[in-house]
Design a protein around this ligand. Sequence first.
Ligand code: ARG
Length: 272
Amino acid sequence: MKKGLLLVLTSIMLLIIAACGTSGEGTGSDAEGENEGEASKTLRVVTDAAYAPFEYLEGDKVVGFDIDFINAVADEAGIDIKVENVGWDAVLIETEKGTSDLGVSAITINEERKKSYDFTVPYFLSTNKILVNKDSDIKSAKDLEGRVVAVQNATTGQVAIEKIVGENNPDVKKFENTNLAIMELLSGGAEAVVADNTVIEAYVENNPDKDLMVIEDPTNFEAEYYGIMFPKDSEYLEEFNTALKAILENGTYAKIYKEWFGSEPDVQILID
Ligand code: ARG
């Protein structure tokens, strides 16, 4: 009998505590705009995890600079995300259709893409470079004329080489991902790969036995900036923009950059 009463009293007290807790939390976080109380949605982030060091697989886990970066941005924004490796073509298609909430995949911001997508402010400076065998006589982008060149399909690397050798040139071999393009070079099916500098430089460094080198050509390959890509008119763009600017300014971005690249980033060129 006594036990029963105690149980009832404890339950009532717990209910009161729970009620206070909820109302307190509700006001607090609403003021911060974190939307607690509303069922908060987990946003679907798509990537092509064959682009080390930006995104790649470690076992079945997607890791890389971009992954740490997007988690920090989402954290800053108070938004839950889940990163899914879907492949490059699907990154582009799904984010255009809106079946993905956003794409993070070393994606270059350019005028053409801005017609179909929204982008945040830039978070990384990049340029295309040329990967060749160490004994190659290729010295510049112009030397790629008449040579078989491997690229990842629908990348700025493809656009850059086609500007030189012409669109639909059969000498440009297009692959689903950059690793396959590099395999083509290694197996002798192509004389060069055009892709983002950081990716091919990391490949050369991590595979010294492959006897490859990187050629730069700043006159033919322009500077590019990566952005987080959203479906047009996404309701999340502004929140991510604000959070991205915050981590650029509060040192979080620099910390992640240093972990991956071992040096200080030039945050100023991203902010200006
Ligand atoms: N930056 C280049 C572009 O936007 C290549 C990006 C490829 N990214 C990837 N994860 N495969 O076209």
